[in-house]
Write a protein that binds this ligand. Sequence first.
Ligand SMILES: Cc1ncc(COP(=O)(O)O)c(C=O)c1O
Length: 425
Amino acid sequence: MNNLTFDTGRAYAAYRDTQDELSAFRSEFVIDDPDLIYLDGNSLGRLPAATIGYLQTTIREEWGSGLVRSWNQGWSEAPRRVGKMVSSLIGAAPDEVVVCDSTTTNLYKLSLAALSLQQGRRELLSDVLNFPTDLYILQGVQHLLGGQHILRLLPSQDGIVIPTQHVLDAITQNTALVSLSYPTFKSGYLYDIETITRHAHQVGALVLWDFCHGVGVVPIELERWGVDFAVGCTYKYLNGGPGSPAFLYVRRDLQNRVIQPLTGWWGHQAPFAFDLDYKPAQGINRFLVGSPPILSLVAIEPSLEMTQRAGITRIRQKSIQLTSYLVDLFDAYLAPLGFTLGSPRQPQQRGSHVSVSHPESYRITRALIEEMKVVPDFRQPDTLRLGLAPLYTTFCETWDAVQRIRQVVVEERYKKYSEERLPVT
Ligand SMILES: Cc1ncc(COP(=O)(O)O)c(C=O)c1O
């Protein structure tokens, strides 16, 4: 076989793997069981082998030998140092990004910071495709500000997309903040972020984008798009490890104008002056709160280095190839079994996971994990998410996963599992 014309057989998947420019990166991850197909890098990325030695050195030498002196030998700068590495992946300047706290905490800080500039405007705009924590934070903000703000959620007709025009039409002179995700967590939908941001600014609204499912896998150009505020996690496609701290971005010209509501000592202009009065730091340091989690922060660095080496352009190219291949396999093998596609068909409109729906998705997910060595995840009410991480997912794995899903359904293997939900799905 010598061309890229889709074919439903496994030989074609093997051929695509031989053409994969990024194939060597897979060997840089810890893969104990090569037969386990891991399709949940959009929830928790795999462990890069280099992270183990790097963390051991930090623990043994910097903590063990250096002790508290290590704060003056690189630890204090870690949120900015790691932020600088992230900035190169999101089209931002190094002084516009820090890595600290969770995405949820950063959403809280930045939505209130944005509203500190929007006196008089009373509407917060988001959508029903957004991740629940984003909406919970906006609801908390509403409550905190005395219930004066309306939270408006744009509906989605198909649960997959919301046309960009609907967002534009909903932004009014009363809109204080537009808070959306890129891509959306369930369907993987990508809005036209540049058009939305430009329009919001024309009407005087600010934008806060959540890039949890995009950072490290889709091109992001914050400065070029004129984005005001952004957040994103580092434990999905950036492989930073469970609960690794998130990044936050604040456009340079806004940094000294906003009020950051969590006024902790690390956001003070001179933390070690132990001044009794809070004076906010100038610049991006204002968005820090308390002591940075050094071990979790340094654990992100080897993967960021790997991602920079692979390059976002090549990563996106492979991501589109993988998701398009999976959609083709879906049409050939899964649609006839009663599955429906839960992600956009247009590659430019989707991130790096493909969702499929089936009335028995929960029990199918259980069977895949328990007996078929496929690890996807399940999202209520009937979504099976298949995450394709370009640095380690192969075309053969994609083909094999589809066959195993098919087998679970055709052989009715899912029937032996209970409907009862496990705590983490
Ligand atoms: C889009 C999105 N936003 C926010 C979060 C919450 O992140 P955290 O739990 O790290 O605060 C997640 C978690 O998966 C997410 O997918």
